[in-house]
Structures are given as structure tokens and as C-alpha cells.
Design a binder for this molecule. Structure first.
Ligand SMILES: *Cc1c(COP(=O)(O)O)cnc(C)c1O
Length: 428
């Protein structure tokens, strides 16, 4: 006997919504408050000088470098900034194309355009991450880099991506914005490609509201990243800290200001210490829920992972036969008070108007006006699998704060809706 679905007027599985999807923010407390006020009481909110500078930004960079197992990390203002800094560090700019997965947050593509290059899109596979088998399709001599994006906590298939990049002499940037802590075959993502970039915006694993970081093992790219993020300069203190010497007159080039504030860094140092407290319960909840779902609903198709050991388990992706089924399922589950959603409103990056219409802030269409040998254009149908999967996959996010009851509710909600929709409606 199945219960009446809430969407059909029955009682919902729960009354209260699940914890909001702000993992780091929900663990904020006294530690972050004390750290931020220590910077304020020290009257030294700028990373390079002040009355009694606490060097919080350096501390964050050291902690990240240690945990990623690489020598160089640079704090910046956001991941969008970090992406631009990474491309400038690698010498990517006007006349270059950069490979971006069709499914990612729009910032990945926007940053390419801000760096004066042009994004070209590759399709995704059922993991919702870049499909290495589609890379060849977009290759030409103008392509200089691949941005691999581990989406919603799930690792990218890095081995074939790195092999392809090495074969074609492409750089690899890992945009780890959504997946701080994710790893592939035992190695943290962000330390596998040439440069890794991180976000500390509110929706990400850890947060100070805003913030970002650039990580690399290459000294030259690090120097260029530092210079680009700080108006072309590479301050003595940072040079000495890393045992580098650089001639300013020879090496300086025009840059931006993407420097991290000490207040941001102070909060992030405390957040970084809590990374395990975010990731461990999240993964444990994910594994328990998935195990139970697989037992109860052998027909339910879940988003596959390219490396379940390194996967954060931050989301449960459910794949349906048709867009209609996914739509019905999502509406019914929301009515049970289990929040779920399609990704990015069901759109690939190139379906957003600013990308589809190739609109930069410039009057003359720069940087899209470059006379590429193989011209770039975006249109519906460009990455058919991404377009299809986005309509058929829905996601329930897993908070680090789920109680046993919350987990049981998620399992019950999905089971109830699945059984209700499939037995009552779809099959009879
Ligand atoms: C959030 C996000 C960004 C942008 O991060 P900000 O810190 O907000 O600039 C970039 N890439 C991906 C994949 C993201 O999810």
C-alpha cells in the first residue's frame, strides 16, 4: 500500500525544510568571529602592511599548499578572479581558445572571455563532467587550455584529460570551485593539472562570503599569477618567502588588483581547519542514503562517479528516462519538503544569452572578433548530451548537518515519490 503523495494532497514526509546548502557557512561560529576581530583589533586588514600585521593570508596559503602537497598557493578575491589570474599566468589571451565543459557555472566561461580568450565547449557524460572522448572534436591550433570542472563534488576523469592535454601541448586548469577537497585516484584535484582554482563564495564547501585561491607547482606561473593579481608587482616579502628573485624592470607587466583581504583570510583559515568537519559527515550521509536507495529502488538510476573514493558525496544525482519524468519527480519531491533541482535551470553554459550571443563588454565584439581559422559559434545542439542530461537529472544536496532523521526523510521521500509515480501513474 503506498501513501498519497504530498503533491496529490497527502501529508508530506517532513514539515521543515532540510538544512540550507551552505556547508561552510553553517559551521561558522566563534572561531571565525574571533579571527576576523583579531584582524580588526590589530588594525591591519591589508595583507602586505599594517600596524601589527597578522599575516592571515600567508597562513591560509601555507595551509592550502601543505594539504594540496604543492609549493605555491595565492589567495585572491574570488574564483572568477582566480580563473583570470590562472590564464594570465599561463600566457593565455587574445587569439586563444580555451576548452570549457558545457555544464558548469557561467563564471568558468565568463573568466575565459575576461582573459580575452574564447571558450569552446565540450560535451559531458553521465557523470555530468567533461567527457574526454569529446575533446578531439573541438581541437585546432588555437586551443591552448582545458578547464576541467569537478561538478558538485564529483571528480573529473583526469587521466584521459591529462593524456590528451600532454599530447596536444595544452595547459590544464582545474576549476575546483564547487568541490574543495575532491580527489582523483588519491590526488587532490587542483594539484593534478597545471593550475587549480578555488572559490570561497557562500555556496561553496568553505566560505568567507567571497574569496578564491590559485594553486600551482610551477614557480614561473606562480610569479606571473602574483604579478597579475597585484598590479604587476611581486613584493619582496613574497619573493623571499618562496626563495625567488625577480627583476621588476624586466618582469613587471600590467595587472589588476585581486588581492585577498586579511579579514577574508582570517575567516578562511578557520574554515580551512573545518574542512573535514564539512566533508566527513557529508560523505557518510551520502553513502548511507545511496546504499539504502539502491536496496529499496533497484530501478533508480544514480549519477555515476569517476572515483567514488575521492567524490565528496555532496549531492545525489538521479537520472530519469525522460525530461517529463524528471520534472514530475522533482515537483513531487519538493512537495514532500525534500528540496531538489535541475542544474542551472536545465541550461548548458552556451545557452545563456551573454555567451550564446557572444557579448563581451566591448563595442567591437572583442575578443570574439579574432580571425580564427576555424570560427567559433554557439547554438542549441552544440553539446547534445549535456542538453539532454540537464533535463533528465535532478539533484538533492547533502548537507554536513543532516541528522539521522533527515537522512531517513530523504530516503523515505525519494522512495515514496518513486514508488508513487512509477506504480500509480506511469505504469497504471
Ligand atoms: C562558483 C563558481 C565559480 C566562481 O566563483 P566565485 O568565487 O563566485 O567567483 C567558478 N567556477 C565554478 C565551477 C563555480 O561553481
Amino acid at each position: 500500500m503506498s501513501q498519497t503523495l504530498a503533491i496529490h494532497g497527502g501529508p508530506p514526509v517532513r514539515e521543515k525544510p532540510l538544512p540550507a546548502n551552505y556547508p561552510g557557512a553553517l559551521l561558522m561560529g566563534q572561531e571565525e568571529a574571533d579571527a576576523a576581530s583579531s584582524v580588526i583589533y590589530a588594525q591591519s586588514p591589508f595583507r602586505f602592511y599594517g600596524e601589527s600585521l597578522l599575516y592571515k593570508t600567508e597562513q591560509l596559503e601555507e595551509m592550502m599548499a601543505r594539504d594540496l602537497g604543492i609549493p605555491y598557493v595565492l589567495g585572491v578575491t574570488s574564483c572568477t578572479a582566480a580563473l583570470v589570474v590562472a590564464m594570465k599566468a599561463l600566457g593565455i589571451g587574445y587569439g586563444d581558445k580555451v576548452i570549457v565543459p558545457a555544464v558548469t557555472f557561467i563564471a568558468t566561461a565568463g573568466a575565459v572571455i575576461s582573459a580575452n580568450a574564447v571558450p569552446v565547449f565540450v560535451d559531458v557524460d553521465e557523470s555530468m563532467n567533461l567527457d574526454p572522448a569529446d575533446l578531439e572534436r573541438v581541437m585546432d591550433e588555437d586551443v591552448k587550455a582545458i578547464i576541467a570542472v569537478p561538478l558538485l563534488g564529483a571528480p573529473c576523469d583526469m587521466d584521459p584529460i591529462m593524456a590528451f592535454a600532454r599530447k596536444h601541448h595544452l595547459h590544464v586548469i582545474e576549476d575546483v570551485a564547487q568541490s574543495c577537497g575532491v580527489s582523483y585516484k588519491g590526488k587532490p584535484q587542483g594539484a593534478i593539472g597545471d593550475i587549480g582554482v578555488y572559490s570561497f563564495q557562500m555556496n561553496k564547501m568553505l566560505t568567507a562570503g567571497e574569496g578564491g585561491a590559485v594553486a600551482t607547482s610551477n614557480m614561473e606561473w606562480f610569479e606571473r599569477a602574483v604579478r597579475y593579481h597585484d598590479q604587476g608587482s611581486f613584493r619582496k616579502r613574497l619573493q623571499e618567502k618562496h626563495g625567488l628573485t625577480s627583476d621588476h624592470a624586466e618582469q613587471a607587466f600590467a595587472g589588476q588588483n585581486y588581492r585577498m583581504s586579511e579579514i577574508t583570510a582570517a575567516v578562511l583559515v578557520e574554515q580551512w581547519k573545518k574542512l573535514d568537519r564539512v566533508l566527513k559527515p557529508m560523505k557518510a550521509s551520502y553513502l548511507r542514503i545511496v546504499e539504502s536507495l539502491q536496496e529499496r529502488l533497484p530501478g533508480l538510476k544514480l549519477r555515476p562517479s569517476r572515483d567514488i573514493d575521492g567524490d565528496l558525496g555532496a549531492n545525489i544525482g538521479m537520472l530519469f528516462e525522460t525530461a517529463d519524468e524528471a520534472e514530475h519527480f522533482a515537483a513531487a519531491l519538493v512537495a514532500e519538503r525534500i528540496d531538489c533541482r535541475k542544474l542551472y535551470g536545465g541550461k548548458t553554459v552556451y545557452q545563456f544569452p551573454q555567451i550564446l550571443n557572444m557579448r563581451s563588454a566591448e563595442r567591437d565584439g572583442f575578443p570574439f572578433n579574432y580571425p580564427f581559422n576555424r570560427s567559433v559559434h554557439y547554438a542549441e545542439g552544440l553539446c547534445p548530451r549535456a542538453e539532454d542530461l540537464l533535463q533528465r537529472m535532478i539533484f538533492v544536496s547533502i548537507s554536513p548537518l543532516l541528522t539521522t532523521q533527515d537522512e531517513a526523510d530523504i530516503i523515505e521521500g525519494i522512495t515514496k515519490v518513486y514508488s508513487g509515480l512509477y506504480t500509480q501513474e506511469m505504469r497504471g
